[in-house]
Design a protein around this ligand. Structure first.
Ligand code: CA
Length: 226
């Protein structure tokens, strides 16, 4: 991600051009789309590292774009809104954007927010795709299997995904929101209950000590196994 690619999906051409020019000056690769359908297609094709997304768009709106691109692959989204009240409403809906800016905004502020979002993502690099060990378990991403002494432990797909996400980065504490985003691929408003109950299921299957509860924060797999 030395030169991150940023998709700018914005129908107001003056704003789109100004944002693109500023981001290019900062060293980013920038792709621009003027409406919802083209924006989704652009994200599928270029797999950007971050998306700057206007809410009001022709075709379908930014909410629908956000849903579609997040379904494909989680990507940080900076949403552009017309009013602060619109931002409040969207945050309440939990539509999956990571940050919001109300128009008009300063290009300097936009660049700062883009950099902050990219830094946050880089703290959590992609997990390995080869088999690795955690404690007495073998986690096999290719087969999506967990084994203990050659014996396969049956996990549901979402349980596997949750374990894999945590175990691939031992010692890293994930908040419930991060797990919702990474494992479930979205950020709904319903909070951490889903995460808690799946962690409970994993503990029943794998033993109580693997997944550590970090009180008031979230969950982690101990560095160095358990
Ligand atoms: Ca617009």
């Amino acid at each position: 991600m030395e030169f991150p690619t940023i998709a700018v999906i914005e129908d107001e051409s003056i704003i789109a051009a100004a944002v693109a020019a500023r981001l290019r000056r900062e060293g980013f690769r920038v792709e621009v789309a003027p409406d919802g359908p083209t924006g989704v297609e652009l994200c599928e094709r270029t797999r950007p590292d971050l998306v700057v997304l206007d809410v009001m768009l022709p075709g379908f709106d930014g909410l629908e774009v956000c849903r579609r691109i997040q379904r494909e692959r989680p990507v940080p989204v900076l949403m552009l809104t017309a009013r602060d009240s619109e931002t409040d409403m969207l945050v309440g809906l939990g539509i999956g954007a990571d940050d919001y800016m109300t128009k008009p905004f300063s290009p300097r502020e936009l660049v700062a927010r883009v950099r902050a979002l990219l830094r946050r993502v880089r703290k959590f690099p992609s997990p390995p795709d080869t088999t690795f060990r955690v404690g007495n378990l073998e986690v096999d991403p290719a087969r999506r299997q967990v084994r203990r002494e050659e014996e396969v432990i049956h996990l549901t797909p979402i349980e596997f995904e949750l374990l894999y996400t945590l175990a691939a980065r031992p010692g890293v504490v994930f908040t419930r929101e991060q797990l919702l985003s990474e494992v479930w691929g979205y950020r709904e408003g319903f909070g951490g209950r889903t995460v808690d109950s799946h962690v409970g299921a994993l503990r029943r299957k794998l033993g109580p000590d693997l997944l550590r509860t970090v009180h008031g924060v979230g969950y982690a797999v101990e560095a160095g196994g358990y």
